[in-house]
Write a protein that binds this ligand. Structure first.
Ligand code: GLN
Length: 542
């Protein structure tokens, strides 16, 4: 096997510079040159995985095909490239320490003193190498900012890897901020100088410095950064602020990033084929139509909480030649009196996934409004569950119908905790109210069969789909018959028919609910069929 080449991304000065986007964009550029790419994220925080972290603090939890709850940057990787993220694609300090401590308890260190170097760093190197097999180039993003105490073992591990696998096989990219000071009327390179100094003190000399900035850096500034940071001027790359994140690959290509990488890593490829990215940018920048989607959520204060969803809606727009404007509405503020005024300017309504009781009744009011006013509606996970609750309460006259997540004593538990169920392979899963938060979810991709002729079938145009899940509660099968009699259509089931996966309404232009999260599988170059159909319905409603 040819030696795999590694590219490491570190970040400096401040967080949220778009390191994940830069890593994903480089992945896209290398793929456009015909290389096979894999991407891994290392997160310095102590949580074992982000599954239990508050979306307000950490943004969305991204779910992989094999059911890992991971950092949202993995969503960028899958959207921008053909790489498939898995449980191995995201390691945190917590997860690494868990492995080391379990080994120590099993006596695997043979009584030796267990230390950060070499035991923790070895485990990090092992995780990196294991996560990136069968690819030409492995891209590794180190979360956090250089200078954080928690990042040190990760930086030490990637420093060591250069010695382990050879200098021609390892490439370091450092992303920093070059702020523009309005009062001084100039950009400032000092934060970048300090951050690279910090990195070099650890023993890592970056090969390229990507400078996030508001304006293009002129030659003098590039020269200055090059001098202080010990790189060639051509290795200082500008990453200018953009309107659409899908412009990043093309911009970085124009700055020569991919060329520099393959040259230094000694990889031979032809020029990249970037047609598909150019086409998408045209469609995003000059659409013929416009729609507004009302997103009724709980975490609307932080847009990162619905990252994949925002992107999937944009993709649905690309396919329909439409700009999608998302109106974020805090469900906590909605009531029967203000619903019409809040939703008067939207062309469709989306209730996304979520956990916990806050804002539930507001969402139900919005769903009722969508149903009664024939406004296109998409309910995802919790959104589907609440659509069932709304229908039970207001159409099937089950007054206090609810999910047992919110009312354990409801007379009509139309959504409940199914304590055991059989999956395709006849394995019985068990869930109960007292289990660990992380342990009882239906996570990852499961098959679902779609009923021919239904709205959802017409969107996908296939009999069977695989979609990703992240939930604990399910449609209560005791209410299937009665709700169907009243007009709720069940259009998608698990292959053995045991689990209800999708619902819709017949006497409505487009009202669909799905128990899974379609947003995790949408890409700009391959928009997800459900979002394409949803945006199309919104355009028709307009
Ligand atoms: N809270 C619900 C459940 O656990 C829905 C979860 C979600 O929307 N992802 O089933």
């Amino acid at each position: 096997m040819k030696p795999i080449k590694f590219i490491f991304f570190t970040g400096g000065v401040v967080s949220s510079l778009g390191k994940g986007l830069a890593a994903a964009s480089l992945g896209a550029l290398l793929e456009a040159r015909g290389l096979k790419v894999g991407i891994t994220k290392l997160d310095p925080y102590l949580n074992v995985d982000p599954g239990t972290m508050n979306p307000y603090q950490h943004g969305e939890v991204y779910v992989t095909e094999d059911g890992a709850e991971t950092d949202l940057d993995l969503g960028h990787y899958e959207r921008f490239t053909n790489s498939q993220a898995s449980k191995k694609s995201n390691y945190t300090t917590g997860k690494i320490y868990e492995i080391v401590l379990n080994k120590e308890r099993r006596g695997e260190y043979l009584g030796g003193t267990v230390q950060v170097i070499p035991h923790v760093t070895n485990e990090i190197k092992h995780a990196i190498i294991e996560s990136l097999t069968d690819v030409d180039v492995g891209i590794v993003e180190i979360g956090g900012t250089v200078g954080d105490i928690e990042s040190l073992p990760f930086l030490e591990a990637i420093r060591q890897l250069k010695g382990d696998i050879g200098k021609d096989n390892v490439f370091y990219i450092h992303l920093t901020l070059v702020p523009y000071l309005k009062a001084a009327g100039e950009v400032k390179t000092k934060p970048t100088q300090h951050s690279v100094k910090e990195l070099r003190a650890i023993g890592i000399q970056p090969d390229i410095i990507i400078c996030r900035t508001e304006m293009l850096l002129n030659d003098d500034i590039k020269k200055k950064i090059a001098l202080f940071c010990n790189v060639e001027k051509s290795s200082v790359v500008t990453a200018i602020d953009v309107e659409s994140i899908y412009e990043v690959p093309l911009n970085l290509h124009n700055e020569g990033l991919d060329e520099k990488v393959i040259e230094k890593l000694n990889i031979w490829t032809g020029a990249p084929n970037l047609e598909k990215w150019e086409r998408i940018i045209q469609l995003i920048k000059f659409p013929d139509y416009k729609v507004t989607v009302g997103l009724i959520g709980k975490y609307v204060g932080l847009k990162e909480s619905y990252k994949s969803l925002n992107e999937a809606l944009v993709h649905g727009g690309i396919e329909n030649n439409a700009k999608v404007n998302i109106k974020f509405i805090d469900s906590d503020t909605l009531n029967e009196d203000n619903i019409a005024s809040n939703l008067s300017d939207v062309d469709s309504i989306l209730v996304p996934g979520g956990f916990g009781e806050r804002g539930i009744e507001g969402k139900i009011i919005a769903i009722k409004y969508a149903r009664e006013n024939s406004i296109p509606f998409l309910g995802i996970c919790l959104g589907m569950q609440l659509a069932v609750v709304e229908f039970a309460r207001n159409v099937a006259e089950m007054k206090d119908a609810n999910s047992t997540e919110f009312n354990k004593r409801t007379e009509f538990p139309v959504i409940h905790l199914m304590e055991s169920w059989t999956d395709n392979h006849q394995i019985v899963q068990k869930r109960d109210e007292n289990a660990n938060l992380g342990g009882t979810m239906r996570l990852g991709a499961y098959p679902c069969n779609l009923e021919k002729g239904s709205k959802i079938y017409n969107a996908y145009q296939v009999d069977s789909i695989m979609e990703r899940h992240r939930h604990r509660y399910e449609f209560n099968n005791n209410y299937r018959d009665i709700l169907q009699e009243k007009g709720l259509k069940i259009s998608g089931y698990s292959p053995n028919g045991e689990l209800v996966e999708t619902i819709e309404l017949e006497n409505h232009p487009w009202f669909v609910g799905c128990q899974f999260h379609p947003e995790f599988k949408s890409k700009p170059v391959a928009p997800h069929p459900l979002f394409v159909a949803f945006i199309k319905a919104a355009l028709e409603f307009k």
